[in-house]
Design a protein around this ligand. Structure first.
Ligand code: SAM
Ligand code: SF4
Length: 539
């Protein structure tokens, strides 16, 4: 097909209703794509390797969508790709090392495939470390900061499906990379264009990520994110609601609103008469000027109110992550309690159970303030499931301060805790504090915390046994011959498979059922609880 003849035509629409729950990246509508794949010989096959958080996974969906729209195909594996895009995580040194450790293998792959090009993006690429990137990542041709990701296709010389081109040489990519100015404040707008033009290759047909705010304005002294992702920038309210409406129309069953701190959504948007009644309101920490601007509570209510043509909720399940306790308002708690689609689960990172450590971390709340928030949440949303993040072995953490964190875990009763040992990140304020808890001691504290939480979590899991719970079936998974938490699973039965999904409280549930249930809601009677998952039978 001659590409020039198509000039001026719209890009192929990739964001079409998916085959429910295949788990694989959604198949492209072949008829439309065939028309636009103009010169297969020059269009690279790409592979996106994503590390880290949900925001990275969402960003990777956008980059993959842009590459597909430019006429590239997805390679079956990294080794078969002409273009490898690494979406990195820098939250801990170990995450960065995963990529550094692959440089040798990528260099060998380049020898075998001289046309191979490698792009590194994500939080490992920061303005402050540009001078050292080439040394640290020698197999990479092009470095893009997270805010430059929307430029991926243009910087590779693959401007559009109608003007395809071969990947530039390594020297050319480096030159382009140096010439592009920061585009951080354009991110909210580029997302709207990507959604509008169908350039988001979503990884699931039933659950979707929906970014609502980019960057982070917080001052957590250990954290690299404000340096890698820049200041907070909220997407316009109507853009977010439109994307949610579009997802509902496509049949998505669950939407998760994303941001490093979704609770401060809207404070940077211009005042809007629709939100004139809204005042700045904060229970803890600084007061953001929210007067006349939307907040996340308004956003949840607007998405909850979306209906299908026959009056059903367009998005049956709505989640949001991550919430900094600093910005968790009573308005948000009320919206969670009153919106039927908002799930009964909140991830509320606490980081430490010691006020002195929280102060050194710059978290801006006290343990008492955090516990008061938990009490308000539990009063408003009975049975709400709470999960959290904890850092052990932060600078100067004493044994007594560590024990205070264990006490906090006992007091709150989290359903799940994501814990990690403190890892100093270059350029963050904490990197100037003495990293004085030795590695062996960090490891001991981490193991003790995880052991404690395993018992606490298991007790909470057992409360589900005998109850019926609705899950959204996400995947088919192989049967296990032995499990971490109980007897081996029986074979699922003729024509059946082991299915996995989550209930509204975010509990992972396994059940035997027909594979075509993926993407559906089913009710499960729970008959076994392990520390990390429940198992049951279809009701
Ligand atoms: N925005 C979220 C919040 O309010 O906490 C968290 C985002 S951060 C990407 C995810 C988690 O990584 C944090 O909650 C923290 O527990 C952990 N983390 C961040 N920096 C870390 C570091 N330097 N060492 C160890 N863990 C770290
Ligand atoms: Fe990092 Fe704190 Fe921002 Fe979370 S709120 S991304 S931990 S600086």
């Amino acid at each position: 097909m001659d590409g020039h003849r198509l000039s001026g035509r719209a890009l192929p629409v990739l964001d079409l209703p998916p085959a429910a729950g295949t788990g694989a990246r959604r198949a492209m509508p072949q008829a439309a794509v065939a028309e636009y794949v103009t010169d297969a010989a020059t269009q690279p096959a790409f592979h996106v390797w994503t590390l880290g958080c949900q925001m990275n996974r969402s960003d990777s969906e956008e980059m993959a969508g842009a590459l597909l729209a430019a006429g590239c195909a997805e390679a079956p594996a990294l080794e078969a790709a002409d273009l490898v895009v690494i979406n990195s995580c820098a939250i801990r040194e170990a995450a960065e090392q995963k990529v550094v450790g692959r440089m040798g293998a990528l260099a060998r792959l380049r020898e075998a495939r001289p046309g191979l090009r490698v792009v590194l993006t994500g939080c490992a690429v920061r303005a402050a470390n540009q001078a050292t990137l080439r040394r640290r990542y020698p197999a990479v041709d092009l470095f893009l900061r997270p805010d430059e990701e929307p430029e991926l296709v243009a910087r590779l010389g693959l401007a559009s499906a109608t003007t395809p081109g071969a990947l530039g040489g390594a020297a050319g990519l480096a030159r382009i990379g140096r010439s592009v100015a920061a585009t951080a404040d354009r991110l909210p707008g580029t997302r709207a264009a990507a959604v509008g033009e169908g350039r988001v290759a979503r990884g699931s047909g039933t659950q979707a990520w929906l970014p609502i705010i980019y960057g982070c304005d917080k001052t957590c002294t250990y954290c690299i994110v404000p340096f890698s992702r820049g200041p907070e920038r909220s997407r316009p309210f109507d853009d977010v609601v439109d994307e949610a409406r579009h997802l509902g129309a496509q049949g998505y069953r669950e939407v998760t609103l994303l941001g490093q701190n979704v609770n401060s959504y809207g404070h940077d948007l211009p005042p809007d008469p629709r939100f004139a009644a809204l005042r700045g309101e904060r229970q803890l920490g600084r007061r953001l000027d929210l007067a006349g601007r939307p907040d996340i509570a308004a956003l949840l209510r607007a998405i909850d109110a979306l209906r299908t043509a026959d009056g059903r909720p367009a998005i049956p399940r709505l989640r949001f992550i991550t919430s900094h306790p600093w910005d968790l308002t009573d308005r948000l708690i009320a919206a969670m309690a009153e919106c039927p689609s908002v799930c009964e689960h909140l991830h509320l990172p606490v980081q430490s159970g010691s006020d002195a450590v929280l102060r050194r971390m710059g978290r801006q709340y006290s343990v008492a303030g955090y516990l008061e928030l938990v009490a308000r949440l539990r009063a408003a949303i009975p049975g709400i499931s709470l999960t959290t993040d904890v850092i052990v072995g932060f600078c100067g953490e004493t044994e007594a301060q560590f024990q205070a964190t264990l006490d906090l875990l006992r007091t709150v009763g989290y359903d799940q805790v994501y814990a990690a040992a403190f890892s100093p990140r270059p350029g963050t304020p904490a990197a100037r504090l003495p990293d004085d808890v030795p590695p062996g001691e960090k490891h001991r504290r981490l193991t003790a915390l995880l052991d404690l939480q395993e018992g606490l979590g298991l007790a909470r899991q057992r409360a589900w046994v005998g109850r019926s719970t609705e899950i959204l079936v996400e995947t088919v998974r192989p049967a296990r011959t032995h499990t971490h938490d109980g007897p081996a699973e029986a074979a699922p039965g003729e024509g059946m498979a082991w299915l996995s999904g989550r209930n509204r409280h975010n509990r992972l549930v396994h059940v035997a059922g027909a594979p075509d249930l993926v993407g559906s809601f089913v009710t499960v009677v729970v008959d076994h609880a392990g520390p990390y998952a429940l198992r049951g039978r279809l009701a």
